[in-house]
Design a protein around this ligand. Structure first.
Ligand code: FAD
Length: 293
């Protein structure tokens, strides 16, 4: 089957911040067989490729973007693979939405992912970002990852071949970027009610402290060592600061919100303003967590 290609895919329709102009093309891969076609496409295509998950950690620019998007759709799983001592090993495709995985784990009574309740990305995006909250990072649970690159093909990497850092994943000894295709995680055994209670508790806390239903991309800046970027931005007076139709949330100062009709230029200016004020007051340089395209 030829690869599914869409011309001029709009980033504003593919990102949770609802910002961004058109990329040049989007290639959608659904099954392993599509990867050969993807390889041929990437050889033909001179544009830089960009793997797009759920677009929940992206700030895409307003104008046309010289990018070829690659998106995984129709993912298999999740499924229980085996027991390894106390742990239950589960497997799922990288395009699966994290909330879908959490819902499945809850019903099956598998624990470990509860802290990640409310993170809206895909499993592949969560691995690529080593996403985490409330004391859990996905990298802590990974046992194996199946990655793909045009040069290396499709290979399983053991945990020891994966380097996870704060909001960062890279395969050890594998140059360049790769597509995360499938993931295995080690979860604990619990009962559905306790898992549901824990997930509900995390979501209730997040609802009180984060703009969970607004158009955002999660935290804009990474937390500096031993610090909280939200606290620094709050103390620097950035909470609720607005430019055009973009604003730092008045619930959580590290979330940029699109109030409707916002644009990336204003979002970037607000980020610069926040970074400058925090540096002036605390001498700390904030690093973006959100990926700017
Ligand atoms: C309301 C809200 C709350 C959030 N809360 C949290 C939180 O608590 N903790 C947290 O860590 N994050 C949080 N985020 C940010 C975001 O949800 C996570 O970073 C998420 O893991 C990104 O996944 P995604 O599929 O949306 O990736 P995208 O935003 O599409 O992409 C992010 C990066 O991952 C890469 N990528 C995506 N899929 C793949 C793949 N299959 N293979 C290789 N690379 C890939 C992209 O190329 C890009 O570099 C939040 C976001 C929102 C909107």
């Amino acid at each position: 089957m030829p690869l599914e290609l869409t011309a001029n895919p709009l980033l504003s329709e593919r990102t949770t911040l609802r910002l961004g102009g058109p990329a040049v093309v989007e290639a959608v891969v659904r099954e392993t067989a599509d990867l050969d076609e993807l390889s041929a496409f990437l050889t033909r295509e001179t544009l830089p490729p960009f793997v797009l998950g759920a677009g929940s950690n992206l700030l895409a620019g307003d104008g046309p973007l010289e990018l070829a998007l690659v998106h995984i759709a129709d993912c298999p799983g999740p499924e229980r693979v085996e027991r390894d001592g106390e742990a239950i090993i589960i497997r799922c495709g990288a395009g699966l939405r994290l909330p879908g995985l959490l819902g499945w784990a809850q019903k099956a009574g598998f624990s470990g992912l509860e802290g990640m309740t409310g993170i809206p990305g895909t499993v592949g995006g969560a691995v690529a970002m080593n996403a985490g909250s409330y004391g859990v990072e996905i990298g802590d649970l990974v046992t194996r990852i199946r990655v793909w690159s045009p040069a290396g093909g499709l290979v399983w990497l053991d945990r020891s071949q994966c380097a996870f850092d704060y909001r960062h994943f890279s395969p050890v000894k594998m140059p360049g970027k790769c597509l995360v295709w499938e993931v295995e995680l080690a979860l604990g055994e619990s009962d559905p009610k306790s898992v549901r209670r824990a997930m509900h508790g995390v979501y209730e806390k997040k609802k009180k402290t984060q703009p969970v239903t607004a158009w955002t991309a999660g935290c804009v800046f990474k937390n500096p060592p031993e610090e909280s970027a939200g606290r620094l931005l709050d103390k620097a007076g950035m909470k609720g600061v607005r430019l055009g139709h973009m604003a730092f949330s008045d619930i959580h100062a590290n979330f940029l919100v699109n109030l409707g009709g916002g644009n990336a230029a204003d979002a970037l200016e607000l980020m610069d303003m926040g970074r400058a004020r925090v540096f002036e007051q605390f001498g700390i340089t904030l690093e973006p967590e959100v990926i700017v395209l």
